[in-house]
Ligand binder design. Structure first.
Ligand code: NAD
Ligand code: MG
Length: 339
C-alpha cells in the first residue's frame, strides 16, 4: 500500500519564520497563496511586470513583486506558471536566487521529469500537487475541507524536505483530505497519460464521435448534445459517489445491458489498450514533452488551429445555446481568472 499522510502527520509550524514565494497567480497560484495566507503563512507573489494578475493579487492582500524578486525573497519557491514556460523563466529569473538550503516546489513534475529544469544539488525539491483545479482547492479550503493531494520529494538537501512539503500541503488544506506519497516521475507520467487518454483526450473524442454519429444520422443536434455530452456529468457524478456498480444501479437495466454488449464494440479493449500503450510510450520517452515544447516555441500552430476548429463545431454551438437557457447557468465554478 502506498504511504498516506493526514493533518496529524503535518506540522505547519515548520513554516514559521519562512517566506513562501508563489510564482504565478492563475488557477493554482491564487488558491495556494490565499490558503497559505489564511493558514498563517508568510506569502509573497511573483509575477511579470504588466501582468493582469498583479492588481488582483494586491487586492487579495499580497505583496507582489517580479519573479526574480520573489525568488530572492522566498525560502520556498513554488512554481505555478504554465509548464511549457517554466524552463525559460527558471533559468532567467529563479535559478540565480536559489541559494543553499532553499526549497523549489512544483504542483506538477513536468519541468523536472523532462529536464526543463535541473535544480542545484544544495536545494530541496518537492511536489505538492492538489488533485483538483485551483478554484476547488480554494473553495474546499474555505468550506473547512481540502482536496486530496500528492507529495513527492525529488531532492532532500536539508534532510527536512518531506516535513516542509507536508507543512506546505497542510497550509493549502490538503492534509484534511489525505496526502498520497508518490514520485515526480510517477505523478508526471500518470497525469499526462490520464489527461490524454481518458479525461480530456479520450472523453472529448468519445463525446464528439457520439454527437456526430447522431447528427449525421439525421437526429437533432439538441438531442445529440443532451444524450452524448450533457448527460456525461450525471453519469460521472454517480460513479464518483458510488462506483460503477452504483451508477449501474441508478440507470435502467436496459442501459446496463447496453453497456455490457455495446461498450466493447465501440472500444475494443485490446486494440484500445494497445493504442493507449503507444501514447504512454511517447510520454515515457519524452517525445510528447519535446513535441509540446516545440509546438509552443513555434507559436502553437496546431494548438491554435484545433482550438479555433472546436469553437466552430456544432456541438459547441448548440451546447452554448442550451446551457445559456439553463436556470443554473450562473453557478459555474469554472476558472475565470487569467493573467
Ligand atoms: P494557469 O494558466 O491558470 O496560470 C498560470 C499563471 O502563470 C498565470 O498567472 C500567468 O500569468 C503566469 N505566467 C505564464 N507565463 C508566465 C511567464 N513567462 N512569467 C511569469 N508568469 C507567467 O496555470 P495553472 O493551471 O494554475 O497551472 C500552474 C501549475 O499547476 C502547472 O504546473 C500545472 O501543471 C499545475 N497544476 C494545475 C492544475 C489545474 O487543475 N489547473 C492541477 C494540478 C496542477
Ligand atoms: Mg491531471
Amino acid at each position: 500500500m502506498a504511504n498516506m499522510f493526514y493533518e496529524k502527520d503535518c506540522n505547519i509550524q515548520v513554516l514559521d519564520g519562512k517566506t513562501v514565494a508563489i510564482i504565478g497567480y492563475g488557477s493554482q497560484g491564487h488558491a495556494h497563496a490565499l490558503n497559505l495566507k489564511d493558514s498563517g503563512v508568510n506569502v509573497v507573489v511573483g509575477l511579470r511586470k504588466g501582468s493582469k494578475s498583479w492588481p488582483k493579487a494586491e487586492k487579495d492582500g499580497f505583496t507582489v513583486m517580479t519573479v526574480a524578486e520573489a525568488a530572492k525573497a522566498g525560502d520556498i519557491v513554488m512554481i505555478l506558471i504554465n509548464d511549457e514556460v517554466q524552463g525559460e523563466v527558471y533559468a532567467a529569473e529563479i535559478a540565480p536566487h536559489l541559494t543553499t538550503g532553499k526549497a523549489l516546489a512544483f504542483a506538477h513534475g513536468f519541468a523536472i521529469r523532462f529536464k526543463q529544469i535541473t535544480p542545484p544539488a544544495d536545494v530541496d525539491v518537492f511536489l505538492a500537487a492538489p488533485k483538483g483545479p485551483g478554484h476547488t482547492v480554494r473553495g474546499q479550503y474555505m468550506a473547512g475541507k481540502g482536496v486530496p493531494s500528492l507529495v513527492a520529494v525529488e531532492q532532500n538537501a536539508t534532510g527536512k524536505a518531506m516535513d516542509i512539503a507536508l507543512a506546505y500541503i497542510a497550509g493549502i488544506g490538503g492534509g484534511r483530505a489525505g496526502v498520497l506519497e508518490t514520485t515526480m516521475t510517477e505523478e508526471t507520467e500518470t497525469d499526462l497519460f490520464g489527461e490524454q487518454t481518458v479525461l480530456c483526450g479520450g472523453v472529448v473524442d468519445l463525446m464528439r464521435c457520439g454527437f456526430e454519429v447522431l447528427v449525421e444520422a439525421g437526429y437533432s443536434p439538441e438531442s445529440a448534445y443532451f444524450e452524448c455530452i450533457h448527460e456525461l456529468k450525471l453519469i460521472i457524478d454517480l460513479v464518483n459517489k458510488a462506483g460503477i456498480a452504483g451508477m449501474n444501479y441508478s440507470v435502467s437495466d436496459t442501459a446496463e445491458y447496453g453497456e455490457y454488449v455495446s461498450g466493447p464494440r465501440v472500444l475494443p479493449a485490446e486494440e484500445t489498450k494497445e493504442r493507449m500503450r503507444a501514447v504512454l510510450a511517447d510520454i515515457q520517452s519524452g517525445k510528447f514533452a519535446e513535441n509540446w515544447i516545440k509546438e509552443h516555441k513555434a507559436g502553437r500552430p496546431l494548438f491554435n488551429e484545433r482550438r479555433a476548429a472546436l469553437e466552430k463545431h456544432p456541438m459547441e454551438i448548440v451546447g452554448k445555446e442550451l446551457r445559456e437557457n439553463m436556470l443554473w447557468k450562473n453557478d459555474s465554478d469554472l476558472d475565470t481568472a487569467s493573467n
